[in-house]
Design a binder for this molecule. Sequence first.
Ligand SMILES: [Zn+2]
Length: 81
Amino acid sequence: MNQATLASTDTDKAIKTLLSNRVLIPMTCDHCQQDTDVSMETLQSSSTFMCEHCYQVRSFVPAELEVLQLLLTQTGYRITG
Ligand SMILES: [Zn+2]
């Protein structure tokens, strides 16, 4: 029975990890209005992303990241398999 509890926890963790690390989100640059694909991992670890078109760096506050992650989950960004 302990095994089952443990497995369930591991699955939850794995889903969160997959979601946060692998999903690329097109972020629109404030400067040139072009999209750059950024992973949640990058956003969470540095709270910034650099535009690949004009190299402008955009910063995020934690609240923005939380909203972003919530939106992604709600719009079906769920990794299966
Ligand atoms: Zn740009």
